[in-house]
Design a protein around this ligand. Structure first.
Ligand code: NAP
Ligand code: GLV
Length: 297
């Protein structure tokens, strides 16, 4: 913050807070319960990431203070890289090729074109739309599911609970870029997996979760893999994080575990974003990317 906004009086919790009555803006990622409430003159809460579940879960969070979340091309671009990488990794069977190389096996198995794989993205928000467009441009058949219908050329749009099953039925690779809310908790479960398409080139679907760990029922994913109902999974998010060493997800041969790194908030970029929002607020301008607390995202 000192680099991007040298004139701002920045206090760091917990040791450099000084008189908390001076503090008007709070930038936070995992604020311990009660810290935000302890700031009597707070005007805006700035999330240091796109997801705000960790901020909203504080039961003492004041109800009347706006929350701004991150919507920045740097963060979105990182997520798109991750989603494209993992869709392509499964599509091109890169893990099988890696295993073969380790064992010096020249196994030139048949490959297939991107158009043969249907990718379905749950959450067509800032991140989901960008990933959908890039995957569409590679040639995958892409659809998205959100609360409201979208109009994105070449991307099929499904919305609401009533269109969920139709969305799943056409999806070979299910990607989650949903926020963690009451409605999305546990959405990647055995019943959801069973409704996915089995017409794709692998005969069973693939799951990629870069939303939040609360969205996946890990035991259901493992059972579905072992029963042949799921071909493979890439998981970036877990409950709890870090993923404990005893979790069978670490060693399952068809699970790829990544350490919540799909889209890291770059400190300098995010500080510049926060500083720009503070300046905007001080000029009396309307803030964008405000969280709707009733929706939970
Ligand atoms: P966003 O712009 O708020 O988009 C959220 C999308 O989810 C919207 O399309 C929304 O529908 C949809 N949605 C929410 N609740 C739904 C429900 N019950 N049913 C169907 N659709 C629902 O958020 P974003 O910036 O794209 O970020 C998405 C999430 O990615 C974040 O909340 C965070 O959890 C996760 N994330 C993870 C990482 C990582 O490193 N793994 C990094 C950044 C973000 P509408 O469009 O109709 O409102
Ligand atoms: C990271 O998980 C984010 O929500 O930005």
């Amino acid at each position: 913050m000192k680099k991007v906004a040298p004139d701002l009086d920045v206090r760091v919790w917990p040791d450099q807070m000084g008189n908390v009555a001076d503090i008007e803006y709070c930038a936070a990622w995992l604020p311990p319960p009660g810290v935000v409430k302890s700031l009597p003159n707070l005007k805006v809460i700035m999330s240091l990431g796109a997801g705000v579940d960790a901020i909203l879960k504080d039961p003492t969070l004041p109800h009347d203070i706006p929350i701004v979340r991150v919507n920045d091309p740097d963060l979105t671009g990182r997520m798109t890289e991750y989603i494209v990488l993992h869709v392509l990794m499964h599509h091109r069977q890169q893990r099988r090729i890696d295993d073969n190389q380790r064992n010096k096996i020249w196994d030139s198995f048949p490959t297939h074109a991107a158009r043969e794989l249907s990718v379905g993205i749950m959450g067509l928000g800032v991140m989901g739309v960008d990933s959908a467009i890039k995957l569409r441009d590679i040639g995958f058949r892409v659809a998205g599911w959100s609360r409201s219908l979208k109009d994105i050329p070449g991307v099929e749009s499904f919305a609401g609970a009533e269109e969920f099953d139709a969305f799943l039925a056409r999806t070979d690779v299910l990607v989650s870029l949903l926020p963690a809310t009451r409605d999305t908790d546990g959405i990647i479960n055995r019943a959801t997996i069973r409704k996915l398409s089995r017409k794709g080139p692998f005969g069973a679907p693939i799951v990629i979760n870069a939303g939040r760990g609360r969205q996946q029922v890990s035991d259901d994913i493992l059972a579905a893999l072992d029963a042949g109902e799921l071909h493979a999974a890439t998981l970036d998010v877990f409950v709890p994080e870090p993923l404990p060493p005893y979790s069978p997800l670490w060693t399952h041969p068809r699970v790829t575990v990544t350490p919540h790194c799909a889209a890291d908030s770059d400190p300098e970029t995010i500080c510049a974003y926060v500083a720009a929002n503070i300046a905007k607020h001080q000029r009396g301008e309307k803030l964008k990317n405000l969280v709707d607390r009733a929706r939970g995202y």
